[in-house]
Design a protein around this ligand. Structure first.
Ligand code: SAM
Length: 210
């Protein structure tokens, strides 16, 4: 079973996501397990503070290193070496299918979701195994990034997707019924070759429409 441990200040953002559809089924089948951890649990004051002002000045707040350090220590597997700690940052390495394939073979992936103006750099330097971005744009936090990565990785866990070959296929263009459709003033038909029954021609057409 692949365990995801998500460290976040907004665990409720994940509720519908982990309780619906294939991720729910994957958990029921014990192929994956998603644990949500509220970082504030590891804050050391009564206000459960997890952020502070940046050294050197500047706008906004920065996530403190100590609560994250304690959280990572608490949730990381004590027995398996096949575990990775990922920090999300727009400055990180761009996530891709190759990374998803590698991570699907692990026992545990721990995600650190940043918020505010970002995370104390010591988390990237000393606590995370990898710093990962999901694209060249800036999000409010790492939670959506964690959902994207969990979904892409889960699909590659054996048994998660019923048809193994569709788990990582970048599909060609597809059509289903009806054969003809009126959109505005245009009458549109699906490509005739797909209705021909000629498998060789269909494959050729599909190769050209990826
Ligand atoms: N300037 C800050 C930085 O460079 O980290 C942006 C902080 S952003 C408002 C807050 C958090 O959202 C980041 O710490 C990171 O965890 C997450 N985040 C934002 N954009 C992201 C991206 N493209 N990929 C992954 N995580 C992202």
């Amino acid at each position: 079973m692949l365990k995801f441990d998500v460290i976040t200040i907004f665990p409720d953002i994940f509720k519908g996501f982990v309780e619906e559809s294939l991720l729910a089924r994957g958990q029921a089948k014990k192929l994956i397990k998603i644990n949500l951890h509220n970082l504030r649990k590891w804050a050391n004051d009564k206000h459960q503070t997890v952020d502070d002002r940046p050294f050197g000045g500047g706008p906004g707040m920065v996530m403190k290193v100590e609560p994250i350090m304690k959280a990572v220590k608490a949730v990381s597997s004590k027995t398996s070496k096949k575990t990775k700690v990922i920090l999300f940052s727009p400055r990180g390495k761009k996530f891709n299918q190759e990374m998803a394939k590698k991570w699907a073979k692990l026992d545990q992936v721990v995600f650190i979701c940043g918020r505010y103006e970002g995370v104390d750099e010591r988390v990237a330097d000393y606590l995370a195994d990898e710093v990962v971005s999901i694209g060249d744009y800036v999000l409010n936090g790492g939670e959506v990034a964690a959902m994207i990565v969990m979904e892409a990785v889960s699909r590659l866990v054996p048994g998660f997707i019923a048809k193994k070959e569709s788990a990582e296929k970048f599909d060609h263009a597809q059509f289903t019924r009806p054969e003809q459709l009126v959109i505005g003033k245009k009458k549109i038909s699906v490509p005739k070759v797909l209705l021909s029954g000629d498998h060789k021609k269909i494959e050729e057409w599909r190769d050209g429409h990826k």
